[in-house]
Design a protein around this ligand. Sequence first.
Ligand SMILES: [Cu+2]
Length: 123
Amino acid sequence: MERRRFISQAATLAAAATLPVVAARVVAQAVAAPRVIPVVARKFVFIPGEITVRKGESVVLEFTAPEVAMGFFCAELDLRALIIPGQPARVPFTPERAGRFDFICDVFCGDGHEGMQGHLQVT
Ligand SMILES: [Cu+2]
């Protein structure tokens, strides 16, 4: 009987000891998940037009274009996407330097296309 109780207590202690490990894994997964930033590309603006991210932060820019095909091109950060209506375009990246970086639409989308731009602010 004593031996059985000891084994039961040992199993309980072992289970309790693994809880912090499991909790740490859950926290690590939560920290590692990139922040998703939705961006809508419509004639002739990006919404939001100013996107702020932190240096070293993993993010995913998730573009949608409800009207016509659009483009996203940020030359300084070497980021590009073709945005087709009905097909969200995901651009994962982790900025490695701070600054203000311009981006444009690089797919002709109609009159006003030439002025379609936005800014990525990395703090
Ligand atoms: Cu355009």
